[in-house]
Write a protein that binds this ligand. Sequence first.
Ligand SMILES: NC(=O)c1ccc[n+]([C@@H]2O[C@H](COP(=O)([O-])OP(=O)(O)OC[C@H]3O[C@@H](n4cnc5c(N)ncnc54)[C@H](OP(=O)(O)O)[C@@H]3O)[C@@H](O)[C@H]2O)c1
Length: 327
Amino acid sequence: MKAAYTDSYLQQPEQLHISEVTTPEPAADEIRVRVKAVSLNDFDWGIVAGKPWILRFFLGWRRPKVRISGCDIAGVIDRVGADVTRWQAGDRVFGDMSGSQFGGFAEFVCCSESAVAALPENVEYSAAAGVPQAAVLAWQALTLKGPLNDGLRILINGAGGGVGAYGVQLAKAFDVHVTGVDKAAKHVQMRSWGFDAVVDYQAEDFIATEQPYDLIIDTKTDRKPWQYCRGLSPGGAYVTVGGKLGLHLLLLLFAPLIRIVTGKRLGIVALHENENLSMFARLLGEGKMSTPIDGPYPFEQLPQQLRYFLDARHQGKVVLVMADTDA
Ligand SMILES: NC(=O)c1ccc[n+]([C@@H]2O[C@H](COP(=O)([O-])OP(=O)(O)OC[C@H]3O[C@@H](n4cnc5c(N)ncnc54)[C@H](OP(=O)(O)O)[C@@H]3O)[C@@H](O)[C@H]2O)c1
């Protein structure tokens, strides 16, 4: 099969080549999925590059234990292990492979039967491939500090990517006001996803607002935790899903003290892979959630598209499709 295989850590996406490797066989409790579409996430490159360095404690210090990266896939099951009861060949599925052995940047991937959910017939593979990590992170962030309620003022920082795209759609099931922060060039598309207001982080500081937010979700944490309190309403919550690791540690350390002194709550989302995937499948099938697809691009363009993604030139989810995939 064709796969983006590497047995050493790479410096640049252009060094990642697609080559012929042995097609994996599913273990007794696994399924094998013929990948139709795969989307890009930060983690995909982290595995290939071994960065941040802390990843190497888990993924191999000198060489990657994971030889084929790729988390979020959609495809069709082509083989099932002897002990698998939930699935059969021909089932359309999607899921995040990061809790299994990764491997989504390939024509076939094997994973545990719980790593995927069924995909409704009317949902295209390319739309489903965008969902797993970004929608799960967005939903976890929206609900980490309590249920969503009508009337909330919500802000998503770094909102031009996957978490912003799904986050605003999920939030808008309620009567809430959602502001998105990203570069001005992305604002037209962000408005089309449902953002009520947009802020250009290169021109304006969203913390210095006269109308504070009840919930701030951040994909790009780059300040000390107490600095976010200024942008929060009394009892408001700040939730980070990404950004600088050192600042996350600082947040963990100071969140209890900040809560006591200000009443404001700070938290970190740790991805629960594939949580609520069936809910997202239903929303996609009913047309209540959609994936803003950047692409889809041919799988062969993976190195170029990884570069494009790392340069943050994308809007929504960058999706790549295999040659025989029409959607
Ligand atoms: N918590 C967990 O367990 C977990 C697991 C997996 C992934 N993650 C993290 O979750 C996040 C996923 O977000 P995503 O998929 O939406 O990312 P994304 O697609 O890369 O989007 C992030 C957006 O932020 C913008 N941006 C960059 N710097 C910014 C700044 N200083 N202020 C405001 N916006 C800025 C980027 O565009 P421009 O650069 O063009 O402005 C981009 O549009 C990533 O940070 C990832 O590392 C967390």
